[in-house]
Design a protein around this ligand. Structure first.
Ligand code: 6PG
Length: 241
């Protein structure tokens, strides 16, 4: 199976998380800007990375006071719901996390899918300091993503209208294509592309089929993500097959 270019296979989920932590730290060191913008992946895979970053091996190397953390998507559920990416991130980084409260930018999913999407787009643009993205100045220093078993990423599901969104940075997803089947709010391809680095974290045998479909040339959503810099894939051996 020919994997996407920029793919690295590592022994296990812990090795994937460690490599991702190192790359995050490098991405932070590359920018002169006082503020660093990192877009967090949802789901379960990135929990290992988030726990590592907040843990004794990496915490001192992370510029917590400069990083602003955003979300690539969320489910339209209360933030304390077990399906919420806000809850997952809070738990994974630890409740006493080093992230200043003003630096963790939740998607206002409590406003509902449409209103929440509009509100989050405003949050992104206010942080960016303009009403339109400039191709020469990416919004994110690093975008972290996963891939679903159907080849989705963020909440960009195969066959859904959000894939065709080219103007909005954030859009509602009334019907998710995979569980949990709740409405979502997701960043769009243009928003994800406004990045210096995109890094996919993929672990577990359950992702083999999606990776094989990508390698066979299927235009799955995860394979359509671009960046102004590089798109890299970190797989563990179970996912790589
Ligand atoms: C979400 C994520 C989603 C996730 C993939 C993989 O909110 O669920 O944004 O795109 O990255 O579904 O999820 P796992 O890491 O749980 O396999």
């Amino acid at each position: 199976m020919s994997l996407p270019t920029g793919t690295h296979v590592l022994p296990d989920p812990q090795a994937v998380a460690r490599e991702a932590a190192e790359r995050l730290i490098v991405a932070c060191s590359e920018t002169e800007s006082e503020r660093i913008a990192i877009c967090l992946a949802g789901g379960s895979t990135p929990k290992v990375l988030y726990g590592l970053l907040a843990g004794p091996d990496y915490a001192a190397r992370v510029p917590w006071e400069r990083i602003h953390w955003f979300f690539g998507d969320d489910r339209v559920v209360p933030w304390d719901d077990e399906r919420s990416n806000v809850r997952m991130v809070r738990e994974a980084f630890g409740h006493g996390s080093r992230i200043p409260a003003t630096h963790l930018h939740f998607i206002p999913s409590d406003a509902g899918a449409e209103a929440g999407a509009r509100a989050y787009e405003r949050i992104l643009l206010d942080f960016y300091g303009a009403d339109r993205l400039d191709p020469a100045r990416p919004l994110f220093d690093l975008v972290l993503l996963g891939i679903g078993e159907d080849g989705h990423t963020a909440s960009l599901f195969p066959g859904k209208p959000a894939l065709g969104e080219t103007d909005r940075l954030v859009t509602p997803v009334p019907e998710a294509g995979l569980e949990p089947f709740v409405p979502r709010i997701t960043l769009t391809f243009p928003a994800l592309a406004s990045s210096r680095h995109v890094l996919f974290l993929v672990t577990g045998a359950g992702k083999r089929r999606a990776l094989a479909r990508l390698a066979a040339g299927e235009a799955l959503p995860a394979g359509r993500v671009t960046s102004q810099g590089d798109v890299a894939w970190l797989l563990d051996e179970a996912a790589a097959g």
